[in-house]
Write a protein that binds this ligand. Structure first.
Ligand code: UDX
Ligand code: UDX
Length: 473
């Protein structure tokens, strides 16, 4: 008998849960999709009248929310009723790296996943398919199952029963809607064919059948960690080559282009930058490191840990070379930071390289004017662990939120590009140069400035991996 899904509940209205459920609601008008979260403020933001106030910025998201909200897409804090009425429940809560106890600094903290599983166990009724959407360490499904199956056997009177599936999300922030609407693949791991088919039928509403892969549950969990580890590894690889380019006079962009034409390597994900950020890469690699150590695979753990170590080294390398270029000291010097998000087209700053680079510069006594088109000053203060200072009281080691980047340029010794926002690639450097103190520097960690755009300015340029084109006055 086909198990027809009429009502979905998603626990966690975050970067993954919110957009994913919006697209499911959009593509499956017959299914009622309820997104629940313990955070009332976040839910209120999802329900805000003004679609500019949604808690997450993703191109295309507000259009979908405006089409579906109140039709078959709902956001609320009512976990109990929405769990009770759901045929399928997605767990999409956050799984940060543990900060204390066993596995601290490496293993994921599963307390929210466990709490969600317990809520499902308590409130659900009838047969429920539980889908792991959060990225989880391998064999987490077992934990969820144990919690759910314990109530299954205890409360036969309620006829509660469960199936657990793994359905990791591969969306990248900034392109979430496109990634969800046209995924490279959808991965469904599980043991019950009936449950896997039920989830497959949902995706078949818009995803071609040959893109929906079925695996066992552990392979699915491990595939997600592996995909992120491979992607992050490519970035550490190209960033290590960028350092060699700078030392030898080669151009990392040219090297990327040359190797990217090899079909086996492929051209994507070869842009050298200030180091990878985002909520997933570091956390997932550290999970892999922990897993390898746990199973006694020391060499494997050292291999993957080196990807994260290279990334940390690379971030500090950038702050150091800024200091070195400015005559070995930035104390009391004004530096304009362009971009705080971990990449363009998102307001997310989790693990952003900008955090480490700005902290280093502040420690060195710089005065930072920080601009980002989507990140607000409260978030920056939280990330830096330092409140913004009033513009009239700015002193060494302080920062100010430059809502308009122009005030950041006035009398600055350097401009540092850390996020590849489109508007930063269109800056008129000739005009900016007039405002800056000389010798002035532009540090382009994203390689978005063209050679031509500096013509006629009096600025020195450092570009990531740009060994041959350092322009020095
Ligand atoms: C996702 C994945 O779920 C995570 O595993 C992956 O590694 C990163 O991406 P994300 O959606 O980015 O997490 O997290 P976040 O934006 O923090 O959203 C999680 C939401 O879950 C939060 O709004 C939080 O309030 C909510 N939550 C957490 C609950 O509703 N219940 C809980 O018990 C815990
Ligand atoms: C990543 C994965 O791509 C996605 O599949 C998974 O579901 C979640 O983690 P995300 O973190 O949103 O997505 O962003 P991604 O585009 O992968 O970028 C991660 C980091 O790598 C960013 O800091 C980005 O600037 C950096 N990056 C990416 C580079 O430095 N160079 C590149 O060529 C690509």
């Amino acid at each position: 008998m086909k198990f027809k899904i009429k009502s979905i509940c998603c626990i966690g209205a975050g970067y993954v849960g919110g957009p994913t459920m919006s697209v499911i609601a959009d593509r499956c008008p017959d299914i009622k999709v309820n997104v629940v979260d313990i955070n009332l403020e976040r839910i209120n933001a999802w329900n805000s009248k003004n679609l500019e106030d949604l808690p997450i910025y993703e191109p295309g998201l507000k259009e979908i929310v405006s089409r579906c909200r109140g039709r078959n897409l709902y956001f609320s804090t009512d976990l109990e009723n929405n769990i009770k009425n759901a045929d399928m429940i997605f767990i999409s809560v956050n799984t940060p790296t543990k900060t204390k106890g066993v596995g601290a600094g490496m293993a994921s903290d599963l307390k929210w996943v466990e709490a969600s599983a317990r809520q499902v166990a308590t409130y659900s009724s009838n047969h429920t398919i539980v889908v792991e959407k959060s990225t989880l360490p391998v064999r987490t499904a077992e934990v969820i199952k144990k919690i759910l199956f314990s109530v299954e056997s205890n409360s036969k009177a309620d006829r509660k029963s469960f199936e657990v599936l793994s359905n990791p999300e591969f969306l990248a922030e900034g392109t979430a809607i496109n990634d969800l609407e046209k995924p490279d693949r959808v991965l469904i791991g599980g043991e019950s064919k009936e449950a896997m088919d039920a989830l497959t039928r949902i995706y078949l509403n818009w995803v071609p059948k040959n893109k929906i892969l079925h695996t066992n549950i552990w392979s699915s969990e491990l595939a997600k960690l592996t995909a992120n580890a491979f992607l992050a590894q490519r970035i550490s690889s190209i960033n290590s080559i960028a350092a060699i380019c700078e030392a030898t006079g080669a151009e990392v962009k040219e090297v990327s282009r040359a190797i990217g034409t090899d079909n086996r390597i492929g051209s994507k994900f070869l842009n050298s930058g200030p180091g990878f950020g985002g909520s997933c890469f570091k956390k997932d690699i550290l999970n892999l490191v922990y897993l390898s150590k746990y199973f006694g695979l020391e060499e494997v753990s050292v291999f993957w840990e080196s990807v994260v170590k290279l990334n940390n080294w690379h971030q500090h390398r950038i702050s150091k070379l800024i200091v070195t270029s400015l005559f070995g000291t930035v104390t009391g010097k004004k530096i304009c930071i362009l971009g705080f998000a971990f990449k363009a087209d998102t307001n997310d700053t989790r693990e952003s390289s900008a955090i480490n680079i700005c902290k280093d510069l502040l420690d060195e006594g710089a005065i930072l004017f920080i601009n980002d088109p989507k990140v607000n000053s409260d978030q920056i203060a939280k990330d830096l662990g330092l409140l913004e200072t009033d513009i009239l009281n700015l002193d060494e080691g302080n920062w100010y939120f430059a809502e308009n980047m122009d005030i950041g340029f006035d009398n600055a010794d350097a401009v540092v590009i850390l996020t590849e926002w489109d508007e930063y690639s269109k800056i008129n450097w000739k005009e900016v140069s007039k405002k800056m103190r000389k010798p002035g520097w532009v540090f382009d960690s994203r390689s978005i400035i063209s050679d031509k755009s500096l013509n006629g300015s009096e600025l020195n340029l450092w570009r990531i991996g740009g060994g041959s084109k350092i322009k020095n006055y």
